[in-house]
Design a protein around this ligand. Structure first.
Ligand SMILES: Cc1cc2nc3c(=O)[nH]c(=O)nc-3n(C[C@H](O)[C@H](O)[C@H](O)COP(=O)(O)O)c2cc1C
Length: 364
């Protein structure tokens, strides 16, 4: 199978690139021939609407002289097309849009007899058929999958228009959260595996399974409030780093260890069954000069994280930000930290003994 991946992400180092790497590796491992075109590296100008390509004297030839003639040959030479796009204003990026517009010369100004919305192909100039299947990969930052409705509908119409069967859609919302899935590490793994599996399925079966599509879209945040709060923190960190947070390594390292995110994730791990009728306040008193303190309030079967100190905590854990992050990420046991002197506990020792049970590792 010859797969042509058209990557319409203007950003070189974004989430579209990450997910495409997984998808392509799955396809290649399954024996597919994959060629990825990063449109940002090519000169493909939007269609000018001159209709010169439909002039009988120059039928099929565009009036513009850029890279599209070469890319058109690649399009006609593949059997499966993958359109990969960041969601820009509820639609394809302008790079993808320009690429699609510029396929007009492959058609004739004749409404075909068979198809309802396609045009007859200019088989005299372009004898190759082009893809008979197409898949969509869309990557957006918002949480609500509805933001992709228009894009998906457009993709389906495009498939009709180019006589390709739609064989799969990988719709990834909450793109930024791929960088901080601490609260849902299992979901993060499932999403990444789904992108890889999708590539393999496309090659082996000719389509992407519904379960794989659904796994690729699994939500990262449990509610809108968490999404809003964590998005706000993400952008605050990105602006502190500068340059739009495009140093992804630095950004990932910072967001995945930020207490403004992790303290809430710890509260979300709270197990009300293990806690019983517990009412308590756990204060994290941080030794670092710059770090803010945090406390967890446990009451009526619920647990909430708040920034700042508390006048009468049931248990106070004095430690550094670094150690607390390690404990929340479950890379370090609270008791080990105590034994090593990395943490000091004052107050309820029994609550300390129950800490790990009350806050188990995230199950999603
Ligand atoms: C101009 C612009 C428009 C955007 N419009 C949307 C949108 O309508 N819906 C959405 O969910 N995300 C939108 N986003 C966010 C991007 O989809 C998101 O940042 C995505 O991760 C970009 O892909 P990349 O990481 O590969 O660069 C927009 C971003 C830009 C720069």
């Amino acid at each position: 199978m010859k797969i042509l991946v058209i990557n319409g992400a203007p950003r070189k180092n974004g989430y579209t690139k990450d997910l495409l790497e997984l998808f392509n590796s799955g396809a290649v491992a399954a024996g597919g021939l994959v060629e990825q075109i990063d449109l940002r590296d090519y000169d493909v100008r939007p269609c000018t609407g001159c209709f010169h390509c439909w002039d009988p004297n120059r039928a099929g030839k565009c009036s513009q002289n850029d890279d599209m003639a070469m890319l058109t040959e690649k399009f006609l030479d593949c059997d499966t097309l993958v359109l990969a796009t960041p969601v820009y204003y509820y639609s394809f990026s302008a790079l993808i849009k320009a690429f699609l517009e510029r396929l007009l010369p492959t058609s004739l100004p004749i409404i075909t007899q068979g198809g309802e919305i396609g045009l007859e192909r200019n088989t005299e100039r372009y004898p190759k058929r082009g893809p008979d299947r197409a898949a969509l990969i869309a990557v957006g930052a918002h949480r609500n999958p509805k933001i992709m409705d228009g894009l998906v509908k457009t993709f389906e119409l495009i498939c009709d228009g180019i006589y390709a069967k739609p064989v799969g859609k990988l719709l990834r919302t909450e793109s930024f959260f791929l960088d901080f899935d601490a609260g849902k590490p299992i979901t993060g793994r499932k999403v990444r595996m789904a992108f890889e599996r999708a590539g393999a399925e496309l090659v082996r079966e000719g389509w992407i399974e519904a379960q794989t599509e659904s796994d690729a879209s699994l939500p990262f945040t449990r509610d809108l409030e968490t999404f809003r709060r964590n998005s706000g923190t993400y952008w605050q960190i990105a602006s502190e780093i500068g340059a739009g947070g495009n140093d992804r390594e630095q950004l990932r390292a910072a967001v995945s260890r930020d207490l403004r995110i992790l303290a809430h994730e710890l509260a979300a791990c709270y197990d009300p069954v293990a806690a019983g009728d517990l009412e308590a306040v756990i204060l994290f008193n941080l030794r670092d000069e710059e770090a803010d303190n945090w406390h967890l309030t446990i009451d009526k079967g619920r647990c909430a994280a708040s920034e700042g100190t508390h006048p009468s905590p049931t248990l106070t854990l004095e430690t550094t930000e670094e150690i607390l992050v390690e404990i929340i990420l479950q890379r370090l046991d609270a008791r080990t930290a105590l034994a090593r002197g990395d943490m000091k506990a004052t107050g309820s020792k029994s609550l300390l003994g129950r800490f790990q049970r009350i806050f188990p590792a995230p199950r999603k």
